[in-house]
Ligand binder design. Structure first.
Ligand code: ADP
Length: 216
């Protein structure tokens, strides 16, 4: 693979010309916004989906997880018992780090590959913990923060997942604050309205990103 700086070379041209990192707190609407971009034909890769793919049956990460955590975190030889693994990791911060050391490099490699294989002018990379992880600065050109009030986040996640308010608040405490995210944003999509508002704002951002990709 030929790279120009931190970007893959496609023929003589660097493609994609612009990589936008999409982030935001839990329930802010990242997936919803990425779907609206996808409806316009914009390619995107979602780190949460990739993180599930790397532990699918047959993936090498599974053997490493078995070595680190034992057979008790497997439902059968091939299938991870996600809830047993979550319980172990929740109870032990070092276990969390050991699991992340297995998963995160693989997720990052796949995201790199997705960018390398992208022939569009620009693409989106949805990374919920983009700002927390610090591992993606070299592949992201701009940060788009999906923003809403904390109360809206809590209400949406309770409806979506059935978690209690205090469980959602605990997840939010482990993430960057709203103010920290906004401070790191190049662009903000305020997601407090309805889906039509999202479509309109996504249309504006799409034009902006196309223009930026054309001049980069
Ligand atoms: P994230 O990916 O940031 O966790 P999602 O896009 O999954 O957030 O949105 C969280 C939940 O809120 C989903 O059930 C989604 O359908 C809903 N949702 C997102 N944006 C809106 C909106 N503007 N109006 C109503 N519901 C929304």
């Amino acid at each position: 693979m030929a790279w120009a700086g931190n970007r893959p070379l496609s023929g003589t041209q660097v493609m994609p010309r612009l990589v936008v990192g999409v982030t935001g707190g839990i329930g802010s609407g990242k997936s919803t916004v990425c779907s609206a971009f996808a409806a316009l034909g914009v390619p995107f890769v979602d780190a949460d989906i990739v993180a599930r793919e790397v532990v699918e049956p047959g993936q090498p990460a599974l053997e490493e997880i078995r070595r680190e955590f034992g057979s008790s975190v497997f439902l059968d030889h091939e299938t991870l018992d996600r809830s047993a693994l979550r319980t172990q990791v929740f109870a032990d911060a070092t276990a969390k780090t050991r699991l992340e050391n297995i998963i995160h490099p693989r997720v990052r490699d796949r995201i790199h590959d997705a960018i390398s294989n992208c022939t569009a002018d620009y693409m989106l990379v949805c990374i919920p913990l983009l700002l927390e992880s610090g591992a993606y600065q070299d592949i992201i050109d701009r940060v788009l923060v999906i923003d809403c009030s904390e109360e809206t986040q809590i209400k949406r996640v309770i409806v979506r997942s059935g978690l209690t308010r205090s469980e959602v608040e605990a997840i939010m405490r482990a993430q960057k604050s709203r103010a920290e995210r906004l401070a790191a944003a190049d662009d903000v999509l305020l997601n407090e309205g309805d889906l039509r508002d999202i479509t309109a704002r996504v249309g504006e951002l799409h034009q902006k990103y196309q223009a930026l990709a054309a001049t980069d």
